[in-house]
Structures are given as C-alpha cells and as structure tokens.
Design a protein around this ligand. Structure first.
Ligand SMILES: C[S@@+](CC[C@H](N)C(=O)[O-])C[C@H]1O[C@@H](n2cnc3c(N)ncnc32)[C@H](O)[C@@H]1O
Length: 253
C-alpha cells in the first residue's frame, strides 16, 4: 500500500527535462537518463544474466538483508535470485552511463548478489570496482562470471565489517543495494559520506521499498552535505556538488 501511494505521489511530482533548470541536470537528462545507446558490453553482460536464469541449482544463503537475521541459512535457487534480486538492465545501464558521463573512477557496490550490476559498473569505469556481499555462495558465482578479468574486487563480508576495512579509501561512485532498512542506510551513509570524492555520488536502491526506507531517504536529501538529490522512484541519487545551490528533483524515468 505504502509503495502504491509513493508511486502515485511520484507520478504527480515527477518532471521531464523541461522541468529541470540547471545545465548540469539538463546534461544528465541528455547523456544519462534519456540516452538509449547500446554499448558492446551490454549484450555480453545480458548473456550472463540469461545463463544465470537457466541455473536451477540451489545454494545455501544466509540472509543479512531487511528480511534476515544474519544467522539462519536458507536454500535459494540461483535462477530465482537472477530473476528477482538483480537490478533491471534499464537501471544498470543508467548507472553505466552515469559513471561514463561523470568520468568516475573508483566505484563501490554494497550488495554484489550474482554480480550482474558489478559487471556493468566495471565496464563503465577505467578504474576499479569493490563489491561487497556477506554470502560466499552468491559471491563465488558472481566472481566466476568475471571471465574477462575486469577490475572487480569481490569482498565476502558484512557491510559493517567491510566498511571498517575500507575507511581509508575514497570513492567517486557508491551504489548501496542491500540491507534495505532505514537505520542501516543512515549508518552506511554516515560512514561513507566522508569517503565520497568531490563531485561524486551515492546511488541508493529501493528508496520506496518501505515507509522506513523512504523516511531515511528523505532525511538524507535534507542533510547539509547533500547538494543535489534526484528521486527516480526505484532509486535515488545523492550528489556532492560543491558550489551548487541545494536542489531536489523528482525525475520522470
Ligand atoms: C538486491 S541484492 C544486490 C543486487 C546487485 N546489486 C545487482 O543489482 O545485481 C542484495 C545483496 O546484498 C547482500 N546483503 C544484504 N545485507 C547485507 C549486509 N548487511 N552485509 C553484506 N551483504 C548484505 C545480500 O546477500 C544480497 O546478495
């Protein structure tokens, strides 16, 4: 119900390119949100997704996310994870274009799952991707897909523990896609915000997944260190743009 209400509000508030005033946002529409160009890497990555959807074997997964307690092992079918838990190509490609457009180099993903989005992110950057997931069974499958030996560092750990290890590193682009609880999101943000480079951004998945996630998202949009926030309903993007007058836009995507 909450998601339906949020979606109706989004439809009313969302604007297209003509509603956006800044040149920076106008360029984002042109090069990132509205661009439909296909890159060579896309079809190769989608073949891997199709292969995963045909893998009907089961694996043992401890659920650390919003629905799990981090201690109970569940059996999951790989093909089902591939169909339900991964970012849709439309959004993975949008993030690919965003990294490309902004020339982002150092990328962090919280929530590897089967690693399809990690492949998109690494194809977009000339730097490297660190991707974190607590499930070793899932992460092993993800790393086995990296046949071209792209620069992806697969880390098996809880987000909290791995973030402690990463505290000296800085990132241009951070994708938070796991553990969809408001208090967890606020904690990851607080830890990572000082590690975000100037002009970098943090993409947060499932900002409308629950009332709790939506509250946390709104709190982040209001925080003083966010210069520009974009609400695409499925996900939200927080930019560090020193010098920009603080702005929030609901974007029709
Ligand atoms: C939605 S999936 C990620 C999908 C992936 N980003 C994609 O688009 O292909 C979320 C993943 O986060 C992992 N996860 C959730 N909470 C976690 C936590 N607290 N620490 C580590 N991993 C976690 C889960 O094991 C799951 O594989």
């Amino acid at each position: 119900m909450q998601r339906i209400l949020s979606f109706l509000r989004y439809l009313i508030e969302a604007k297209g390119v003509h509603g956006a005033h800044s040149a920076f946002i106008f360029k984002l529409f042109q090069e990132v949100f509205n661009d439909e160009k296909l890159y060579y890497a896309f079809s190769e990555i989608e073949k891997q997704r199709d292969n995963l959807k045909q893998m009907h074997s089961s694996i043992g997964v401890i659920d650390f996310g919003a629905n799990g307690d981090g201690s109970t092992m569940h059996t999951k079918i790989v093909s089902k994870i591939a169909s339900k838990s991964l970012k849709h190509p439309r959004y993975a490609r949008m993030m690919f274009r965003l990294i490309n457009h902004m020339n982002y180099v150092d990328v962090l993903e919280l929530g590897t799952s089967l690693g399809i989005t990690s492949l998109y992110l690494s194809s977009a950057t000339r730097g490297s991707v660190i991707t974190v997931d607590a499930s070793d069974a899932i992460s092993n499958i993800a790393s086995s897909l990296n046949k071209d030996k792209r620069r992806i560092d697969y880390r098996v750990n809880t987000f909290d523990n791995e973030l402690k290890k990463l505290e000296k590193q800085t990132f241009d682009f951070i994708f938070i896609d796991g553990d969809h609880k408001g208090e967890s999101l606020l904690r990851y943000y607080e830890q990572l915000r000082p590690q975000l480079k100037e002009n970098g951004c943090i993409v947060i998945d499932d900002i409308n997944w629950s009332a709790d996630m939506n509250r946390a998202w709104k709190q982040l949009c209001d925080s003083a260190d966010v210069d520009l926030s974009l609400d695409l309903f499925e996900l939200g993007i927080l930019f560090s743009r020193p010098g920009m007058v603080k702005q929030h836009h609901v974007i029709r995507y």
